[in-house]
Design a protein around this ligand. Structure first.
Ligand SMILES: Nc1ncnc2c1ncn2[C@@H]1O[C@H](COP(=O)(O)OP(=O)(O)OP(=O)(O)O)[C@@H](O)[C@H]1O
Ligand SMILES: O=P(O)(O)OC[C@H]1O[C@H](OP(=O)(O)OP(=O)(O)O)[C@H](O)[C@@H]1O
Length: 363
């Protein structure tokens, strides 16, 4: 009797999610996951391992945000949340095509923008360089330094790979990258470097240190992102199941963010309410999708009423929101309830489809 020969299933690794354990992304990540229904049970900031009670099979490990791409790449965690800037620097490219389509690397961005941790990686030069405002100006200055001082410009950064690519794209040579310890903004002031490539959010730190951003000096825009190890996800159905769950919840949460559900009861039949409401809502309010339920059956035609419900984005568009409230009042709504959306599920998330495609290409 011959034993059938099947490929051995690789041993299931610990299902682990790596999260930033300190710094700018720590608290924001825990808040975001809690909003997604994934509250991390961590009793104190010195604790490196934790659990998510709604997802007990997943272990959480807290690490420096900068170390998370390598941890996921090496398979020590199947999933991770970190800054996109850190992922891009680790990968050595800021091109998304390489993140998701062409690359055969194990590391993949599953969700590019988690909606927090927004910052930009920028080229900043001393304010005193009044004639240097663009990358073209920097190109001239680098040539001048080389010719006059016998050395190129010194650029202080913690992002050497992304900086080199950016300089190359702008044809700027005669530059040397230096990587000093500590806050980079001090480097031009102390003479350690001539200019910097660093993160900025509000621009305050740059201004306080007499630095200015070049007009076309944005190297990369970044937010917190979710990354995963495609090989492990493809090899282990349990890991894939957890990743799917996370992506479904995160995507639905991102879709629901800043959106509210409006509910009102309006007298009349569905047809009457529909035509009255379209008269009062004189123009289509952007982003407002409403639905008129069938009229509630009652023996008294006077008492007939319909449920109108719709979802709208809050935030920037408060005027639009009030326009809808006014229209609903005009058609007879006596009470309009507004509740924040927790999740908004639509079609299968694009991120899940991309993950499936990427796994299929590995086979
Ligand atoms: N000012 C900022 N606003 C928003 N997000 C930021 C800001 N600064 C940094 N980030 C994001 O947070 C990530 C981690 O930055 P942060 O400096 O807080 O981490 P850290 O763990 O303290 O780093 P390190 O120990 O290496 O100094 C950055 O890579 C970036 O994605
Ligand atoms: O444009 P701003 O809003 O002033 O923010 C920019 C600062 O934020 C980041 O530092 P962070 O506070 O994360 O600390 P770090 O020095 O440890 O990187 C970045 O390195 C800048 O120093």
């Amino acid at each position: 009797m011959s034993a059938s020969r099947t490929a051995p299933t690789p041993e299931l690794p610990q299902l682990r999610l790596a999260l930033p354990g300190k710094g700018t992304l720590e608290a924001a990540t825990l808040t975001f996951l809690a909003e997604c229904g994934l509250k991390v049970q961590r009793s104190n900031p010195r604790q490196y391992l934790a659990r998510i009670s709604s997802l007990p099979e997943l272990e959480v490990v807290f690490q420096r945000a900068a170390d998370i791409p390598a941890l996921v790449h090496d398979g020590d965690a199947i999933l991770g949340i970190t800054g996109y800037d850190l992922f891009a620097e680790y990968r050595g490219t800021d091109e998304e095509a390489e993140d998701n389509e062409e690359s055969d690397d194990d590391l993949m961005v599953l969700e590019r923008d988690l909606g927090y941790g927004s910052c930009r990686l920028v080229v900043a030069v001393p304010e005193t360089w009044i004639d240097v405002n663009t990358c073209a100006d920097l190109w001239h200055l680098a040539g001048y330094y080389q010719a006059q001082k016998g050395r190129g410009l010194r650029i202080a950064t913690k992002y050497p790979a992304l900086t080199r690519r950016f300089l190359h794209r702008h044809g700027i040579s005669h530059c040397r990258i230096v990587m000093p310890h500590g806050a980079l903004e001090a480097a031009p002031l102390t003479g350690v470097a001539d200019l910097i490539v660093d993160l900025t959010e509000t621009g305050t730190t740059l201004r306080e240190n007499h630095l200015k951003l070049l007009e076309d000096g944005i190297v990369l825009r970044s937010q917190a992102c979710l990354i995963g190890n495609v090989r492990l996800l493809a090899e282990h159905p349990q890991a894939l199941k957890v990743a799917r769950l996370l992506l479904e919840l995160i995507t639905a949460r991102l879709q629901a963010r800043n959106r509210v559900l409006l509910t009102a009861y309006v007298p009349g039949s569905g047809e009457e309410v529909s035509s009255l409401l379209s008269m009062h809502l004189k123009r289509l309010v952007p982003g407002f999708e409403y639905h008129i339920g069938s009229s509630e059956s009652t023996d008294d035609p006077q008492a007939q009423r319909c449920r109108v419900s719709g979802v709208i984005r809050m935030g920037e568009a408060v005027a639009d929101f009030l326009e809808i409230i006014t229209a609903l009042r005009s058609v007879g709504a006596e009470q309009i309830d507004v509740t924040p959306l927790a999740y908004r599920f639509g079609q299968e998330p694009v991120s899940l489809r991309q993950l499936s495609e990427r796994m299929a290409r590995r086979r």
